[in-house]
Design a protein around this ligand. Structure first.
Ligand SMILES: Nc1nc2c(ncn2[C@@H]2O[C@H](COP(=O)(O)OP(=O)(O)OP(=O)(O)O)[C@@H](O)[C@H]2O)c(=O)[nH]1
Ligand SMILES: [Mg+2]
Ligand SMILES: [Zn+2]
Ligand SMILES: [Zn+2]
Length: 401
C-alpha cells in the first residue's frame, strides 16, 4: 500500500482517495431533466464494462484532504454521494475513500482451475466463511444496485456448478471481451482499545482472465493488476508437475492446453519484478499463496491418513500451526513429484510465500462429460490461502505458530 494512494479494484490504477470522482444517481433535481446513461469509453477500455452507466464528474475543489462526501451533478443538479474511480469511472464501494484496504488478487496458469476456484471460493465466503468470522462479505456492486458490475458470469457459473453439477468451457478472452473484475469487500469487526469495536475492510478483486492472458505482456490489465496487488493467490495445476503422470492417472480430457507450473511461475515472477520495481538482487516482498488445485486427484496416492487430507481445526482465526505443517508436506510432495525446482524458484525470488493444497470440487469430476461428481461440490480447504493473506495483513487473527 503506497502512501496516500490506493489501488482501484476495477482498473488497478493507483488513485488518490481524496480525489475520487462522483457519479450521478440519475434521479435529477426538481424541475431539471434527468441525466442519461451512456457507455463510458474509458470504463469499457479499462475494465471491460460495456453497459451504459450514469455520468461521472470530478470532485469540486475542497480543503478537506478527504474531500466532500456529497456533490452536485453539473448536468442535472442532483446531489450524489456515489464515488467513482477517476481513471476508469467505475463506482466504488461506499466507504472506499476511508478504507486503506489491501488489494488481494488471483492469477494462475491455463486450465489450472481458476474459474472453478473463484466460483467456489466466493460461494464459500458468502456462506460459511462469513459466518465463521462474523464478517460482512459483500459484492461491491450490491451496494450500488448496479447489477452489471458484478457480471452475470458468477451467477451463471454458480448455478452450473452447484445446481446443475456441470463444469464449463474454457474462459475465452475473445468470447465476450474483457470481463469486469469481481470485487468483494470483507469487513471484519475488531475489538479495539476500551472494548470499542472497529472495522477493517479488505478489497478482494478477482479477475478471472484466461490463464495465458493474465501473465502475458499484451494483456493491458495484467500488468496493472499484478503491480497493484498487495497479496497474490497463484493457482497452479498439479497435473502438470513432472512426476504426476507416473503417480496418478490423469485422463487426457483433464489436460486440454496446459503449461508446466514452473513456466507459469517464471512469468508471474518476471511481471511482479517489473511492476513492483524489484531489483534482481532483491526478493519480492508481497506475500504469495502458492496453491495447488485439484488435490482430490491425489487422494488415493496420498492415502486417507495423510496430513494434507485433514481439515485443520476451524475457528475465527487462521490456523498457523496447521498452515506451516501443510506447507512442509507440500514441499515434500514437490520433491516426490520431481518438482522441487518450484521450491528453489520461490525461495530465491520471494520473501514470503506459502503452499496450499485445495480441491474446489472435493472429488474428481467426469472430465469428458464435464460433470461434477454425483456427491456434488464439496469444497476442501479452499479458504486457507485467503485466510493466510488476511492474517498477514492483520485483518484476522492467527492461532498457534
Ligand atoms: N479433479 C479436479 N479437477 C478440477 C477441479 N477444479 C477444476 N478442475 C478441472 O480443471 C478444469 C479447468 O477448470 P477451470 O476452472 O475452467 O480452469 P481455468 O483456469 O479457469 O481455465 P482457463 O479459463 O481455460 O484458463 C475443469 O474443467 C476440471 O476438469 C477440482 O477441484 N478437482
Ligand atoms: Mg477460466
Ligand atoms: Zn446528473
Ligand atoms: Zn479504476
Amino acid at each position: 500500500m503506497l502512501g496516500s494512494t490506493v489501488a482501484c479494484p476495477y482498473c488497478y490504477n493507483r488513485i488518490n482517495p481524496g480525489k475520487l470522482h462522483f457519479q450521478c444517481t440519475g434521479r435529477a433535481a426538481p424541475g431539471r431533466d434527468r441525466c442519461v446513461k451512456s457507455v463510458d469509453q474509458d470504463r469499457q477500455r479499462l475494465t471491460g464494462y460495456a453497459a451504459p452507466a450514469w455520468p461521472t464528474f470530478p470532485p469540486p475543489e475542497s480543503r478537506n484532504p478527504l474531500g466532500q462526501r456529497v456533490a452536485q451533478c453539473p448536468d442535472c443538479g442532483v446531489d450524489t454521494g456515489v464515488r467513482a474511480c477517476p481513471v476508469c469511472h467505475t463506482p466504488l464501494p461506499a466507504n472506499f475513500a476511508e478504507s486503506r484496504s489491501p488489494l488481494i488478487g488471483m492469477v494462475g496458469g491455463k486450465n489450472s482451475g481458476k474459474t472453478v476456484y473463484t466460483t467456489v471460493l466466493v460461494h464459500e465466503l458468502r456462506h460459511n466463511v462469513r459466518r465463521r468470522f462474523a464478517a460482512d462479505v459483500s459484492f461491491a456492486g450490491d451496494q450500488q444496485g448496479d447489477a452489471g458490475s458484478l457480471g452475470n458470469w458468477l451467477k451463471l457459473y454458480e448455478r452450473s456448478l452447484f445446481d446443475q453439477n456441470m463444469l464449463f468451457e474454457s474462459t475465452a478472452a475473445a468470447r465476450d471481451g474483457l470481463k469486469v473484475p469481481l470485487v468483494l469487500q470483507w469487513r471484519q469487526p475488531k475489538r479495539g482499545k476500551l472494548g470499542r469495536t472497529t472495522h477493517s475492510t479488505t478489497t478482494l478483486s478477482f479477475y478471472d482472465a484466461p490463464g495465458e492472458d493474465m501473465t502475458t505482456q499484451e494483456f493491458v490489465n495484467g500488468q496493472a493488476y499484478l503491480g497493484s496487488a498487495d497479496g497474490l493467490i497463484v493457482l497452479l495445476d498439479p497435473f502438470e508437475l513432472p512426476g504426476a503422470h507416473d503417480r496418478i492417472a490423469v485422463p487426457d480430457a483433464a489436460r486440454r492446453e496446459t503449461e508446466p507450473p514452473l513456466t507459469v511461475l517464471n512469468r508471474i515472477t518476471e511481471m511482479l519484478r517489473l511492476t513492483h520495481g524489484v531489483k534482481a538482487s532483491k526478493r519480492i516482498t508481497i506475500p504469495i499463496a502458492v496453491v495447488f488445485s485439484k488435490i482430490d486427484a491425489f487422494y488415493k496416492m496420498l492415502g486417507d491418513d495423510h496430513p494434507l487430507l485433514t481439515k485443520p481445526q476451524a475457528g475465527a482465526f487462521y490456523n498457523e500451526t496447521a498452515g506451516q505443517d501443510t506447507d512442509e508436506h507440500i514441499r515434500a510432495l514437490l520433491t516426490d513429484l520431481d518438482a522441487d525446482d518450484i521450491d528453489s524458484h520461490l525461495r530465491s525470488h520471494y520473501k514470503q510465500f506459502r503452499y496450499f493444497a485445495v480441491s474446489s470440487l472435493g472429488a474428481e469430476p467426469d472430465y469428458r462429460k464435464q460433470q461434477v461428481d454425483a456427491g456434488g461440490v464439496r469444497p476442501f480447504r479452499v479458504d486457507e490461502p485467503l485466510l493466510w493473506l488476511l492474517g498477514m495483513f492483520k485483518i484476522i487473527e492467527r492461532s498457534g505458530g
